[in-house]
Design a protein around this ligand. Sequence first.
Ligand code: GLY
Ligand code: MN
Length: 424
Amino acid sequence: MQDSNIFKLRVQDLMNNVKELHPEKRGTIVLFAGFEDDRHRFAQESSFYYFTGIEEPAVVLTIDLDGHKVLYVPNCIEERAKWVVSPLQLTQEYAKQIGVDEVRLLGSSCSGYQMHPYSSESEYSNLASDLKKKINSDSVLFALDPYTPYGYIEQRLLLQRLRSFGAAPHVVDISSIVARMRRSKDVKEIELMYKAVEITCIAQEAAARAISHGANEAEVQASLEYIITGSHAEIAFPSIVASGKNSTVLHYNQNNAELKKGDLVVVDIGARYDGYCADITRTYPVSGTFTKRQKEIYNIVLDTQSYIASIAKPGMWLSYKEKPDQSLNHLARAFIKEKGYDQYFPHGIGHFLGLDVHDVGDYTEPLKAGDVITIEPGIYIADEQIGVRIEDDYWIVKDDAICLSEGLPKVAEEIEEMVKEKFE
Ligand code: GLY
Ligand code: MN
């Protein structure tokens, strides 16, 4: 858990950034937590977590630009304590630590122990009436309300509800301000990402050991997820264990086929530790030895990754078609094209990584120190049942890119050794 002071500072930065970008506007920032689905483990909405560290659903934080902050909590704390957990982060004491002035109930008591965006108007009555008083013809609500078809879905749904209660008449989107803040990682965030990467590397080693002729993809998944769960982490996305022809399907995650001698297995996995994600891929030969053809493709992918990692640094772009000569994605494609395989490289070279696996960040802005990205070239030849992807996570620093997962082998002969090493 990060020090609570960091959340206070981030909220202050957010206020400053909003004021700087909208000097003519007055109003209130509103941030909504995510909602809990009855039968799934709750994962907090990443931006809400970034500013509060709170892991409880349906909470709302309002921040007046003059500095007053209120945390609204669902009126079902006693029921939640019976069904799920006693939500200690919703106390006045925690609120004070993160710089909140007042904790208030959202509205009348909830039915059951959970709130939903479509909970009744009365369950949101305190928030709605406070917002009605604050938001008028000369002040606006600053919220995560991007003009895109994806992202912040539940938050936008709740904004619509508030609008229907007459409590959110003028909304100004702040998603690009938040994305810029979250994209640049501080040292504590990098430490947490190192930890997520470390767990993921151990999980890769467990996966390699579980790979053998006759084993099932599901057993490999179980081996690696045992490590992640036992390390007090969670899986950051559905684990991909894709053998044979499945290795050529980019986000295959059925993980139920039998491994056969001669197959390759793509293992694309990530732990999430204290909110922060790793995303690492290795490709293994089931037999413990690559065929000549598999090794040829493997080495082109590895060379591509090495080349891109060697030029990744501030001033380059991750993927930007206006600057193809400085865009890692375009340079990777050109490199693979020269080897004759560009039609078998159907995805981008990488993405920002952080609280989300595909993290927020503007791809039209060049890389800066503090960014964390993946570099993950791949070649997928369905007719030959050869799919190879190699992915590592890189921290962009002053004039370089540091591989967070440097200790995990990836040279072909080392990968073969990893598979040959078996549990006693
Ligand atoms: N590792 C999965 C992805 O980057 O989409
Ligand atoms: Mn990835």
